[in-house]
Design a protein around this ligand. Structure first.
Ligand code: S5P
Length: 256
């Protein structure tokens, strides 16, 4: 059975998962923008101009050439103004003790502003325990990379299966997956899928694209992650509206 995002919110306990599922239905959007730009002004412009179209703004905060703490103060204000969540796509991949520091310390202090972050499971479950020590009491949520969109990815078969087990054992903090499709029928795990454009295709570095319809309706994912398809368009706002509509129509079609 396909639950609405709101019905799923009522079944979950992690506050970030609840907030995300509720705001998707409230705003009628399952679009996450991957704002992979390298200047603070470009990033804040995207957040403000596209904020009403999205449920999540995904950052790679370490690609900014002029990062300062004001960047995340402004992002936080924009996330409240437009009602979206902040997802730092940090892809942690080290032992628990190291990722704890990477999550809370350094110059980015990710845990202090990012509602959501993500991790590879290659080190084993200690990576989740470490991140959880920092993020759980702040109400943050973690996504595990169960699959990747790139050609030749090693995240498949047994690796993916083990990742699902780690998620099931950490349901208080793990709110879902980066994945190409729904992998477990559990309403509290939210599936986010990158590699989305309006036409199927590839880039020249191994990225592989599927359409919003395929991702949401056929593959039963929940959130489309779109980067260059939007921010490299001539009119990013108009393009974001197209992706938002395509993603939302696919969700409605799946429900009916
Ligand atoms: O498997 C993955 C996981 C992620 S989070 N493949 C991805 O492409 N991503 C991220 O999604 C990637 O880091 C980038 O920020 C975004 C895709 O960007 P696009 O420009 O190809 O849409």
């Amino acid at each position: 059975m396909n639950y609405t995002y709101t019905q799923r919110a009522n079944l979950c306990t992690n506050p970030t998962a609840v907030k995300l599922l509720q705001l998707m239905d409230q705003k009628q959007t399952n679009l996450c923008i991957a704002a992979d730009v390298i200047s603070k002004n470009q990033l804040l412009k995207i957040a403000d101009e596209l904020g009403d179209e999205i449920c999540i703004l995904k950052t790679h905060i370490d690609i900014l050439e002029d990062f300062d703490m004001d960047t995340v103060i402004q992002l936080d204000r924009l996330s409240e103004k437009h009602n979206f969540l902040l997802f730092e796509d940090r892809k942690f991949a080290d032992i628990g003790n190291t990722v704890k520091h990477q999550y809370q310390d350094g110059i980015y202090h990710i845990a202090d502003w990012a509602h959501i972050t993500n991790a590879h499971t290659v080190p084993g479950p200690g990576i989740i325990t470490g991140l959880k020590e920092v993020g759980l009491h702040k109400g943050r949520g973690l996504l595990l990379l169960a699959e990747m969109s790139s050609a030749g990815t090693l995240a498949k078969n047994e690796y993916t299966a083990e990742t699902l087990e780690m998620a099931k054992n950490n349901k208080d903090f793990v709110i879902g997956f980066i994945t190409m499709r729904q992998l477990i029928d559990d309403p509290c795990f939210i599936n986010l899928t990158p590699g989305v454009q309006l036409a199927v295709g590839t880039d020249n570095l191994g990225q592989q694209y599927n359409t919003p319809e395929k991702v949401i309706k056929e593959n039963n994912s929940d959130v489309i992650i779109v980067g260059r398809g939007i921010y490299e368009a001539q009119d990013p706002i108009a393009e974001a509206k197209k992706y938002r509509t395509a993603g939302w129509q696919a969700y409605l079609a799946k429900l009916s």
